[in-house]
Structures are given as C-alpha cells and as structure tokens.
Design a protein around this ligand. Structure first.
Ligand code: THU
Length: 135
C-alpha cells in the first residue's frame, strides 16, 4: 500500500490538538494507518498521578488494535520539538511488541522529519522470544 505520509502527518497534527496535557503543556499527536486503509488517532492523556500519563503513540496503537485493526502500515508522531520528536522508552517497547518493522515517521510542527522503525528505535529490544527461552 502506498503511504501518503503528508496526510498521515496532518492526521497526527489534528490528533495532537486533542491532547490532554494540563501538567506538562506538551502536546503530542499520532496517527496510524491500518491495512484496511483506516487511520486511527492518538494523543497524550495526562493524569494528576503523573506516572499514569498515556503517550500519543500507545494511544493510537491501542485505538486501532481495540477496533480489531491489528495490521499496521505506518505511524506518524508529531510534537512541538526542536527536531523530530523522540518517542519515550515505554512507547519504543510497546511499538516493538506489536509491529517491530513498522515504518514510523517522527516529526515536529515545522515538519522536520525522520523515518525509522521500532526495531531501529529499540536495538536489542526485549521480545516474547526472550520469555519463551525458559519454558
Ligand atoms: N509524550 C508522548 O505522548 N509521546 C512522546 O513521544 C514523548 C512524550 C508525552 C507524555 C507526557 O504527556 C508529555 O509528552 C511530556 O512527557
């Protein structure tokens, strides 16, 4: 499937506007294209108990997965950062589990971009094979 990254980034920007960030004031948006051609949005959703905060990347992938859309084609993430946004470690692990080779577009509002994958973002990532080893 041909990926319109400009459109996916535009969706991520729209999702970013919906972020709930009373604590950090740092809004992040994500959009994931699935095999059926649908786009699912994600935004960060914070919490007064700070560690409970949900990131945009996990929000988007969970929205798609919950709708039964488990085959991902591409993911775009955007924030108001000096360069392309860097996903947190928890999101790197989360993406690595569900789609290690998913094309990921990291961007900022000025549309500086970086194309990468969860595998590249999380070298030597912990995977299910690691658990199975002791069975
Ligand atoms: N955040 C994301 O949603 N994605 C990222 O890639 C980086 C961090 C959120 C978590 C928190 O709500 C805020 O940004 C500041 O860390």
């Amino acid at each position: 499937m041909m990926v319109d990254y400009q459109a996916l980034l535009a969706n991520a920007k729209t999702a970013r506007e919906r972020a709930y960030t009373p604590y950090s004031r740092f809004k992040v948006g994500a959009a994931v294209l699935t095999a059926s051609g649908q786009i699912f949005h994600g935004c960060n959703i914070e919490n007064a108990a700070y560690p409970v905060c949900l990131c945009a990347e996990r929000s988007a992938l969970a929205a798609a997965w919950s709708a039964g859309e488990i085959e991902f084609i591409a993911l775009a993430v955007v924030a108001d950062t000096p360069g392309p946004v860097a996903p947190c470690g928890m999101c790197r692990q989360f993406m690595f589990e569900l789609a290690p080779d998913l094309p990921v577009l990291l961007a900022n509002l000025a549309e500086q971009t970086q194309h990468t994958t969860p595998r590249e973002l999380l070298p030597s990532g912990f995977a299910s094979e690691s658990l199975n080893h002791n069975r």
